[in-house]
Design a protein around this ligand. Sequence first.
Ligand SMILES: NC(=O)c1ccc[n+]([C@@H]2O[C@H](COP(=O)([O-])OP(=O)(O)OC[C@H]3O[C@@H](n4cnc5c(N)ncnc54)[C@H](O)[C@@H]3O)[C@@H](O)[C@H]2O)c1
Length: 309
Amino acid sequence: MRKKVTVVGAGNVGATAAHWIAAKELADVVLVDVVEGVPQGKSLDLLQAMPIEKRDVQITGSNGYEETANSDIVVITAGIARKPGMSRDDLLNTNAKIMADVVGKVTAVSPNCIMIIVSNPLDAMAQAAFKQSGFNRERVIGMAGVLDSARFRTFIAEELKVSVENVTAFVLGGHGDTMVPLPRYSTVAGIPITELMDEATIARLVSRTANGGAEIVKHLKTGSAYYAPSAAAVEMVEAILKDKKKILPCAAYLQGEYGINGLYVGVPCKLGERGLEQIVEIKLTEPEAAALKKSADAVKELCTIIGMA
Ligand SMILES: NC(=O)c1ccc[n+]([C@@H]2O[C@H](COP(=O)([O-])OP(=O)(O)OC[C@H]3O[C@@H](n4cnc5c(N)ncnc54)[C@H](O)[C@@H]3O)[C@@H](O)[C@H]2O)c1
């Protein structure tokens, strides 16, 4: 039997995530949105691409949750996105209300699902979903690090004129200005980038990565990035559905790891059929640990505002 993935929010990120899932033939997809007609129209359109793409998956659109029952994975992208001049944190109160609504409805019909949270501000929304669902931490995971590290990888590959396939990057911390890229663990064909670029170049790429979302918002003017964000969420979906035991940077609920307790922060996670199967801990230098703490403090502040700390 095919697996079932629900994507809540049929906007830019949600609909494109449905596209990647279907294109990779990973699972049947149910697309849910509050706007009448949009999930139905987009899913019908996507379904009609399947004969061309030679993919056998069912794609359904709905304004309710009945069709989502017993999903294996639910990707939550519902909420408002940034406009120029807005920070992710400006979305906090609106998206916290939307998250509460969505999580209640999702868990009522898919009590055994794994939730992947995408809505911003990411770490606080993952924390809200975790607390509201009552799920264990293995089944509520936030997407940010895969995107942030993909952006870093893109810029490294471009700078060194090498294949993106050769580049790995390591990013810790919250999704936002306080994220913590770790150049000494970012490599090209196994060679740390610190051996291949000078400090100033690395600093420039790190800064562009941290502001990667805002750079796109500035171009688009009416919304935020969605191709890479949705591809990142679907990499996590694939790792879980195929039980790949893949180590990816994700927002996870820390219980003492990295000296942080009771908070969602981006760390290297092993993803497999049970969801979050392991948090990989590495020894940080003092400046790295301080940067991670600063990032965690920023997440905590947001969680406190919405009563989820
Ligand atoms: N974690 C990340 O790295 C990352 C990256 C990109 C975008 N995002 C976030 O993802 C979210 C979605 O971005 P987008 O570009 O797709 O926005 P969008 O506006 O295109 O789509 C959001 C959709 O959510 C729907 N929605 C609103 N309330 C809902 C509810 N209660 N139930 C179901 N659907 C509801 C809207 O109708 C809309 O179609 C934003 O919060 C954005 O900031 C996160």
